[in-house]
Design a protein around this ligand. Structure first.
Ligand code: PMP
Length: 429
């Protein structure tokens, strides 16, 4: 028996499902989760000493690879000065300046401790700014686990088949309107139904919680236009895409200016960090400038700011995104090739440092219904085979994959060789 098995047995006694976040429990793929104790560059090492090539990257933050020496150094220097002051400190000012400088749609930002907090707070601001209570989100998009968003949410909520969680008040859930991703008509229909009641449209500009689904041409432009027409705010949840697909996030990649944006993951480099920001007309409402209450004991934490700033420094190096995009493209195209050769129908996608693959006959997948209609059993077999080969993919067909600048050509080659073996076996099964 393995140390992972022993740890999971202990964990299940004292932790719900043995984990602190549902997808980690491998519910969607079967088997037991692997426990990790160390990670370096593109590789993670489990408690039994096995090495894996990692394509989760802690779900996005590790864009420069694990344990990057510059980030570790920055964190160690910050730790030596104290873990938290509960007062203003210099790092958070530099962080706010840096984010606003990089993302032109932002006049101000507020640091928080998770993506959930960022989305929850940005929604509150949108509701306060418009004096409206309803909002539109998209089936299969995930914006964290705040009550208002847990209605037909993607990711772990989807994997577990709990689109609406018990415990979310019905009265609140009723204010959440679900539209179809990449379907402007479904959005317009909701605006027509509630022309003066919709505070914002919240969207993952590239959906990363129902696998990886980029916006169709015109979709984000159409959302901007509808929000303007009906006096609603456009809220981009860039917790995943921010600094992942382009130096200016998905909004830079597609040239759309949202009113409010959420961040997380990359800006914390693996520390618990999120942020939301936007135009001054919105951010001036946030306490103590304005009446919208929002606070956090550890928000702007100096150690977290040091880690995030070091990450932002590294991704600012010339050619960073070109190289990252190239590695990701090679991986996705390689997967497509080996699947084609094995006669397994697959659609792959790569955007910046994000990728996805779908076991489907279709050329591409554009919304949640299509993602859910893919061959989930085949995904399970592929995941399990790849895990045995030492390739760590997300343990759910509803998650995007992440590549880092630490992934080398040999990591990609090793991954594709493993995929060839695993898909070869699946095609014979
Ligand atoms: N928004 C998006 C787009 C996300 O992908 C996630 C997490 N995967 C969240 C919000 C929630 O972030 P957190 O898990 O840090 O609360």
């Amino acid at each position: 028996m393995t140390l992972s098995h022993d740890l999971f047995a202990r964990a299940r006694v004292r932790m719900p499902g043995g984990v602190n976040s549902p997808v980690r429990a491998f519910a969607a793929v079967g088997g037991e989760p692997v426990f990790f104790e160390r990670a370096e560059g593109a590789h993670m090492f489990d408690v039994d000493g096995k090495r894996y090539i990692d394509y989760i990257g802690s779900w996005g933050p590790m864009i420069c690879g694990h344990s990057h020496p510059k980030i570790i150094e920055a964190v160690q220097a910050a730790v030596a000065k104290g873990l938290s002051f509960g007062t203003p400190s210099p790092g958070e000012v530099t962080m706010a300046e840096k984010i606003c400088e990089l993302i032109p749609s932002l006049d101000q930002v507020r640091m928080v401790n998770s993506g959930t907090e960022a989305a929850m707070s940005a929604l509150r601001v949108a509701r306060a700014a418009t004096g409206r209570e309803r909002f539109i989100k998209f089936e299969g998009c995930y914006h964290g686990h705040a009550d208002s968003f847990l209605v037909k949410a993607g990711s772990g909520a989807q994997t577990l088949g709990v689109p609406t969680s018990p415990g979310v008040p019905k009265g609140l859930a009723e204010l959440t309107l679900n539209a179809k991703f990449n379907d402007l008509d479904s959005v317009e229909a909701l605006f027509k139904q509630y022309p003066d009641e919709i505070a914002c449209v919240a969207v993952e500009p590239i959906a990363g919680n129902m696998n990886c689904i980029p916006p169709e041409p015109g979709f984000l432009e159409g959302l901007r236009e509808l929000c303007d027409r009906y006096g609603a705010a456009l809220l981009f949840d860039e917790v995943m895409t921010g600094f992942r697909v382009h130096p200016q996030g998905a909004q830079g990649l597609y040239g759309i200016t949202p009113d409010l944006t959420c961040f997380g993951k990359v800006i914390g480099a693996g520390m618990p960090v999120g942020a939301f920001g936007g135009k001054m007309e919105y951010m001036k409402l946030v306490a103590p400038s304005g009446p919208v209450y929002q606070a956090g004991t550890l928000s702007g934490n100096p150690v977290a700011m040091a880690a995030g700033l070091a990450n932002l420094e590294l991704i600012g190096e010339p050619g960073f995104y070109d190289r990252l995009g190239e590695t990701t493209r090679q991986l996705a195209e390689g997967l497509q090739r080996v699947a084609d050769e094995a006669g397994i129908p697959m659609a792959t996608v790569a955007v910046g440092g994000m990728f996805g693959f779908f076991f489907t006959e279709q050329n591409r997948v554009v919304n949640f219904d299509q993602a859910a209609a893919c061959d989930l059993e085949r995904f399970k077999a592929f995941f399990t085979g790849m895990l045995a080969e030492g390739i760590y993919l997300a343990p759910s067909a509803f998650e995007a994959g992440f590549v880092s600048s630490a992934h080398s050509q040999s990591d990609v080659d090793e991954t594709l060789a493993a995929a060839e073996r695993v898909l070869g076996q699946i095609s014979k099964a």
